[in-house]
Design a binder for this molecule. Structure first.
Ligand code: HC3
Length: 335
């Protein structure tokens, strides 16, 4: 591998990429206000990211079809692990690398839904940017027919270490499940830490590190450990989840594998076979359905950023920067 900085960086942007990396290394907290070179800009607003929670709507709906507290915790874990590929690797697949998303303005909105099918009812999504600096995004996902609601907020604190950006996720999500008994079970979902590698080459990608948790109000707890390249055989995107029963730290069930491909249950005596994986995200996912731009209001992300996104997609960065300034001026000095 060549040691030259910015292998993936266009020749004309190499020096601004080097400046950007130096700025990242010296700023801690919020990267959203740094000016990045055009090749690394994404035309997608951060308000669209909560849609990753539901790109496998059947797994979300299936949480409501369980009969015991244990099975419900397993279903929540399965859905959660299946969201990770979308959350953390989909920009690499779609855009070639992790890019810098559009920094939402205060009050920006993103609405969407996953339509009902023969096997599941409709799920709705509402997102609002509730703080600009630092960026904080709040979201609400609901499947009323199944009695499921996911409420959360997302913010990040960044630091720089050994050539990588470390992103601590500050928010959390709460999943409420209405039970046939009339009671509601609550799951508190914490979020993993990110390490953004590949900066030197100009092709950033995310690896997950440390531990996140899903704590149910029934006492069942999933502890999910993430390991990436360089650990235990060196594969990217490894995880191991331990599900423990109320009042005990002992593992009742264990699940492990690669969160961006497949995983299986590894509990003694009940491991699933290759034919029956715990999670398998190699098949198609379902992107959120969004109203056509002409029907959106001025604060909805795709309408608000339409021309900036066009400029970025078509490499017309004068257009992108002109339209971005118009949005910023419009927000600071509304008519
Ligand atoms: C750190 C990040 C913004 C935040 C993104 C979050 C944590 C948002 C919540 C989602 O559920 C999961 C998620 C995925 C990706 C995270 C982004 C990756 C890069 C972006 C930085 C602000 C941009 C850093 C610039 C560059 C060029 C290195 O990508």
């Amino acid at each position: 591998m060549s040691e030259e900085i910015g292998e993936a960086v266009p020749q004309s942007q190499k020096s601004s990429w080097a400046t950007f990396i130096k700025q990242i290394a010296s700023v801690s907290g919020d990267l959203s206000s740094l000016t990045a070179p055009p090749f690394i800009l994404s035309p997608i607003s951060l308000t669209e990211f909560p849609a990753y929670w539901c790109e496998r709507p059947e797994l979300f709906a299936a949480i409501a079809d369980t009969n015991t507290d244990e099975e419900r915790s397993v279903a929540v874990l399965k859905w959660f692990i299946s969201t990770l590929k979308g959350q953390y690797t989909s920009r690499n697949e779609k855009l070639g690398s992790e890019k810098k998303p559009l920094n939402p303005v205060l009050g920006e909105l993103f609405y969407g839904y996953w339509p009902a099918t023969a096997t599941r009812p409709r799920t709705n999504l509402v997102v609002e940017q509730v703080s600009h600096h630092p960026p904080i995004t709040a979201y609400y996902i609901t499947n009323p027919d199944k009695g499921l609601t996911l409420t959360g907020h997302s913010a990040q604190k960044t630091s720089f270490s050994a050539g990588s950006i470390i992103v601590k996720q500050i928010g959390h999500a709460v999943l409420n499940v209405k039970l046939p008994s009339g009671q509601t079970e609550e799951f508190l979902i914490t979020l993993p830490k990110l390490r953004i590698d590949g900066l030197w080459y100009g092709s950033p990608y995310i690896e997950l590190t440390d531990t996140s948790y899903i704590q149910s109000s029934t006492g069942w707890l999933s502890t999910i450990e993430y390991k990436g390249k360089g650990y235990f055989g060196g594969k990217s995107h490894q995880f191991k989840a331990v599900l423990s029963p109320p009042g005990s730290n002992n593992a009742a069930r264990t699940f492990e594998g690669l969160w961006h491909i497949t995983s299986k249950e590894t509990s003694p005596g009940r491991g699933s076979s290759i034919l029956d994986p715990f999670t398998d995200v190699q098949g198609p996912k379902e992107e959120v359905t969004v109203a056509p731009i002409e029907e959106q209001n001025d604060w909805e992300s795709r309408k608000l950023w339409k021309l900036v996104a066009k400029g970025i997609r078509e490499s017309d960065f004068d257009l992108a920067s002109r339209e971005k300034s118009k949005i910023e001026v419009g927000i600071l000095h509304p008519q």
